[in-house]
Ligand binder design. Structure first.
Ligand SMILES: [Zn+2]
Ligand SMILES: [Zn+2]
Length: 695
């Protein structure tokens, strides 16, 4: 064998996060293990057994037979077994003292290899099967100073633990049940079946008694959660590691207890099962149960915002998360262009039963003006993908286009215009909405972590536009850019008229028949109008707001009635699961918008805003919904965008520069006129005093 040992290392990014200079380039660091020996300059070692150990060696004679060799050295050993032959992979749960950022350096071995050193995830194995107590978002928190160490070794090897290198004989590990983790060596097939008894795509996690992650044989043992580093089919939720399978998977499992978790979106009960693996176990099966079925009522789910995955991986993850429509978005990031070859300008990638599909659109981005997702448009890719310089466009790229112009072009190509992670970055969102070119805004947690609350600040900015009569739908998208983000964690429910096609999904979003959610389902009707609709009243009056709610994965604690941004009524629940209906009665005196906001709380978690409906507009006596103070802040924002293009943004060629300014001034004028028509006057900022108006 080669004279040097293989050596485990961490990825380049993990080195950087630990404050070290990376030892390997990014790609090569994904191996996590050096090949044995150094390419090109290997020397070789071998061990001979002394055939007559009872005799004293007095000398060694080396005889040349054919060709020359260099001989560098010789040593002796008294280990009974071949000293260069090591065991299969073994695991132990060991306490290692020292800097946790350098986990691999906290242990060494003399005759063997260390493969990985990972903190022990603290699972509640004793109550593992009580799935409902954990919801969809349960993962092990905390650290106890113990690590799962994976190694292979000679029988007589010694491990050296912690920074003080306390010795531990490998032989002694199996005798100590507190540190022994049984090796994963039993070949077992997992089948996860839907209600028709056939395998269905799911997200799956498995661990053993020590908390050690047990991946399928062809999945990452140590998934990489960093940005653009790995768009494998894995999902990393803190210490909780998962992967996506198509319904069957091949595993190597340890003897004894193993703990599986399978989930599939918001309408199917997540399953947590304990199995005992015997030497002859060949197959284990998990059956899923759909608790609520809103697809049968015409609803489809969508993630409006996914990056980097291949179309087929996006389809697998979409089906596994019960997300019917995945919008995969090509884009540019400085000098990096992603998913460009996946863009076809027509058609979807669709699964066998036609229930799940992926459509490639683009996210066109500018770091000050804002981002806009152009979904499902036909024809040529709308360019530029990014504009105005770093860190979205490349250095020196001028502000050659505005969101408003991108949105106009997307409309011409029959696409859907979504403002992602609304309202950030925010300068030009205002102009695009006021120009009535935006179909939906992503009302999400932002980048605040998986299954976090819908951001109240994001909500308040959306309310501002509703308050000024801009009927923009709420949608949910994840901006998934790594294995650390969950496709469909925040999703859009849209209610279709008729058959499910990508076009009928787009039509439902344009009509505003949507709600956005991280778990709870909520439908609202005001009298006979569904979300997105408008009711006309000649005078005010009493209206009935009916709701249907359902939740499988997050207990609902409140449903709140929101009118013009204020919470005017609500129903409280002690952790509602399953389905329930109810209504509120409201007296409407002036033109208003009505929506429902849903709060929920998992065991041990904070109460969060988990869902929000799109609005129903009520127009009284033909008067538009309008709120002057909000309109002023929207005008401010358009003025800010205009000032940016005029003074700071890298200037485009004259014709483009003029068109960009025209798009902004057109939006400004539209809202400004609306404001004056409604009889509201305000102080004009000096940049934008128009002829015909006195300050
Ligand atoms: Zn973005
Ligand atoms: Zn994005």
């Amino acid at each position: 064998m080669a004279h040097t040992r293989g050596k485990a290392f961490v990825t380049a990014t993990e080195d950087i996060y630990a404050g070290r200079k990376p030892e390997h380039s990014w790609g090569n660091s994904q191996y996590r293990i050096d090949s044995e020996g150094d390419w090109g300059s290997n020397q070789w070692i071998y061990a001979f057994e002394n055939p007559t150990p009872d005799k004293t060696i007095t000398g060694v004679e080396i005889v040349k037979k054919d060709g020359n060799v260099f001989m560098f050295g010789m040593t002796a050993s008294d280990v009974p077994a071949h000293p260069l032959r090591y065991s299969r992979r073994q695991k132990a749960l060991l306490e290692l003292k020292g800097d946790p950022r350098n986990a691999l350096d906290l242990i060494d071995i003399d005759l063997g290899h260390i493969m990985s050193v990972t903190p022990q995830p603290l699972y509640k194995n004793a109550v593992w099967e009580e799935a409902a107590a954990f919801g969809n978002d349960w993962y092990p928190g905390g650290r106890n100073g113990k690590y799962i160490v994976e190694f292979n070794a000679h029988d007589d090897a010694i491990l050296y633990l912690g920074e003080d290198r306390t010795p531990l004989a490998v032989k002694d590990i199996a005798k100590n049940p507190d540190i022994f983790i049984p090796p994963a060596e039993i070949y077992v097939t997992l089948k996860v079946c839907g209600e028709n008894g056939r395998p269905v795509p799911v997200k799956v996690h498995a661990h053993g008694t020590g908390g050690e992650y047990l991946p399928p044989r062809n999945r990452h043992r140590i998934p990489n959660p960093y940005w653009f580093e790995d768009y494998s089919t894995d999902y990393v939720h803190g210490d909780h590691l998962c992967t996506y399978i198509d319904g069957t998977a091949s595993y190597l499992l340890p003897l004894g207890e193993v703990f599986f978790e399978v989930s599939k979106g918001f309408e199917i009960m997540p399953v947590r099962r304990r199995f005992v693996i015997e030497p002859d176990t060949k197959e284990i099966t998990i059956h899923l149960k759909r608790i609520v079925d809103w697809r049968s009522k015409g609803w489809v789910t969508a993630d409006t915002h996914v990056h980097f995955l291949s179309t087929q991986t996006a389809l697998l993850e979409g089906e596994a998360e019960d997300v019917n429509v995945v919008n995969l978005l090509a884009s540019q990031w400085g000098e990096l262009f992603t998913n460009i070859g996946d863009f076809t300008g027509s058609g979807e990638t669709i699964n066998a039963n036609g229930e799940y599909m992926v459509r490639v659109g683009t996210e066109n981005r500018q770091h000050i003006m804002g981002h806009i997702s152009l979904l499902g448009y036909d024809g040529d890719m709308i360019l530029p993908l990014t504009t105005g310089g770093p860190d979205e466009a490349a250095q020196g790229d001028p502000v050659e286009i505005t969101l408003t112009q991108w949105a106009e072009q997307c409309r011409k190509q029959s696409g859907l215009n979504i403002l992602p992670h609304f309202p950030n970055p925010r300068a030009e969102n205002a102009a695009a909405i006021v120009s009535e070119l935006i179909d939906g805004v992503e009302v999400t947690p932002g980048w605040g972590g998986n299954f976090a609350s819908i951001n109240p600040y994001y909500l308040s900015d959306w309310y501002r536009y509703l308050n000024c009569g801009y009927h923009v739908a709420a949608v949910g998208g994840t901006d998934k850019m790594s294995a650390g983000q969950l496709l469909g964690e925040m999703r859009t429910y849209a209610k279709l008229d008729g058959l499910f096609t990508y076009q009928s999904w787009k039509d439902a979003v344009i009509a505003g028949k949507t709600f956005t959610t991280s778990g709870a389902l909520i439908d609202m009707r005001v009298e006979n109008q569904s979300m997105g609709g408008t009711i006309n009243l000649s005078n005010g009056g009493n209206l009935t707001v009916m709701w249907d709610a359902a939740s499988v994965t997050i207990p609902v604690t409140a449903i709140e009635l929101v009118i013009n941004g204020d919470t005017v009524d609500g129903a409280k629940f002690d952790g509602l699961l399953g389905e329930k209906s109810g209504y509120f009665t409201v007296n409407i005196k002036e033109s208003s918008w009505i929506a429902l906001r849903v709060r929920g709380k998992t065991d041990g978690g904070p109460e969060i805003i988990t869902a929000h409906t799109s609005a129903v507009f009520v127009i009284v006596d033909g008067k538009p919904i309008f709120n002057a103070p909000d309109a002023v802040t929207i005008l401010d924002q358009i003025e800010g965008a205009t000032a940016y293009v005029k003074t700071l943004g890298t200037k485009a060629q004259e014709s483009q520069f003029k068109l960009a300014l025209a798009a902004l001034s057109g939006a400004h004028r539209a809202l400004h006129n609306k404001m004056h028509a409604a009889g509201h006057f305000h102080n004009h900022s000096p940049e934008d005093i128009h002829s015909g108006h006195e300050k």
